[in-house]
Design a protein around this ligand. Structure first.
Ligand SMILES: NC(=O)c1ccc[n+]([C@@H]2O[C@H](COP(=O)([O-])OP(=O)(O)OC[C@H]3O[C@@H](n4cnc5c(N)ncnc54)[C@H](O)[C@@H]3O)[C@@H](O)[C@H]2O)c1
Length: 355
């Protein structure tokens, strides 16, 4: 039997336990050490997942120096991902970084440079790419089953209370969150939209802060032109009480799909039609739109660990086969380019052309 990979983690706040649970569900992974500058958080997590002994640290460098780790997961505030990710890579460990990879392209490019220099694997969490609905839509797009793509929309009408933003001094700040609803909550949907539709060529956007006391935006809209000529939109807020379904819509002249709260709620492909569809279209071939009662639209801690487990398993595969994880640093850079482009357009009131 292959030896289990030894995992460490830095940052034991809201998302830390989701990773601990994901690792516990995987037969060839074990969590052996955790670090947090708030010792009680690391202690609490180590006690909850004590099926294997977990050593607690308050300093990342000390954990890296003392432990023999294969992979370290970085779950600290977003603006610290570069610093912590580079420390991990320089210690010779593979690294999984929570989203967003970092909050500036300069920091991301430095992480990519260190990754090249050290030769370790780097993956960035975008767990919704592993949802069965996302995989199905992506496979169909690879087969060109939607025909000519014309429109792609990402709609994120979520709710976060003022208490959420006040729960950590980094939340909603430019320095450490790197933005508001777009950089933090909507990055999942923006990543899926560009994974499905392809690169964004240009965009125009508005952002504002309407329902919270915070530095960064709690509402944003953008109009997109994709490199393949299709158009698109992003509409996102954390001011939509009580939090409504996330929707990703993909429309082409041979088919359409809607993913609602991670489930495929609508799919219709011309190639599956037994009869000619009339001038006014047809009803869906597949409709399974049942919404779950509590989702990340309302509560950040209501996350299932399953997507994270699939993504950690994908990293283990990449390490064992010397392959590339599905979401490597280059893939994770793309949604950040779009989000930073949206901020630039909102600030300058000008169209932004992405490279
Ligand atoms: N994939 C997802 O769905 C998802 C969901 C939530 C959060 N996240 C991401 O995870 C990251 C953390 O978010 P969170 O909500 O868990 O934040 P959090 O504030 O709850 O937790 C962050 C933890 O990092 C610790 N920390 C800060 N500086 C540190 C340092 N120098 N060394 C060690 N520990 C340090 C803090 O004490 C805190 O416990 C963010 O980048 C966020 O975007 C991803």
């Amino acid at each position: 039997m292959t030896e289990r990979l030894r995992f460490g983690m830095v940052g034991c706040g809201v998302i830390g336990p989701v990773h601990a649970e994901a690792i516990a569900s995987l037969p060839d992974a074990q969590l052996v050490a955790v670090t947090d500058i708030i010792p009680e958080r690391a202690q609490q997590l180590a006690e909850k997942y004590r099926a294997t002994p977990i050593t607690v640290y308050t300093d990342l460098q000390e954990m890296l120096a003392r432990e023999r780790l294969d992979v370290v997961i970085v779950c600290t505030p977003s603006g610290l991902h570069g610093e912590h990710g580079c420390q991990v890579m320089r210690a010779g460990c593979h690294v999984i970084i929570e989203k967003p990879m970092e909050i500036s392209l300069a920091a991301i490019d430095e992480m990519l440079r260190v990754q090249q220099e050290t030769g370790v694997k780097l993956a960035v969490i975008s767990q919704h790419r592993f949802d069965p609905a996302s995989q199905q839509v992506h496979d169909l797009l690879e087969e060109h089953a939607f025909g000519r793509l014309v429109l792609g929309n990402a709609i994120v009408p979520w709710w976060r209370s003022q208490g959420y933003y006040d729960s950590g001094s980094w939340r909603g700040t430019w320095k450490l969150d790197g933005g508001g609803v777009l950089m933090n909550q909507s990055i999942h949907s923006i990543d899926l939209l560009q994974w499905f539709m392809g690169p964004v060529r240009s965009l125009c956007a508005y952002t504002d802060t309407l329902a919270h006391r915070m530095e960064t935006e709690d509402v944003g809209v953008a109009v997109l032109r994709f490199a393949n000529g299709a158009l698109g939109t992003i509409a996102a807020t954390t001011g939509a009480y009580p939090g409504v379904s996330t929707r990703i819509e993909i429309y082409g002249d041979r088919g359409s799909a809607v993913i609602e709260n991670d489930k495929l709620s609508y799919l219709h492909l011309a190639r599956d039609d037994r009869e000619e569809v009339g001038a006014y279209g047809a009803s869906p071939q597949q409709s399974k739109g049942a919404n779950e009662s509590s989702t990340a639209a309302q509560n950040p801690a209501a996350l299932s660990f399953r997507g994270h487990a699939l993504q950690i398993a994908d990293m283990i595969r990449a390490i064992r086969e010397d392959g590339t994880p599905l979401v490597d640093g280059y893939a994770a850079r793309r949604p950040i380019e779009i989000i930073l482009g949206i901020y630039e357009s909102a600030r300058t009131h000008k169209e932004v052309i992405l490279s």
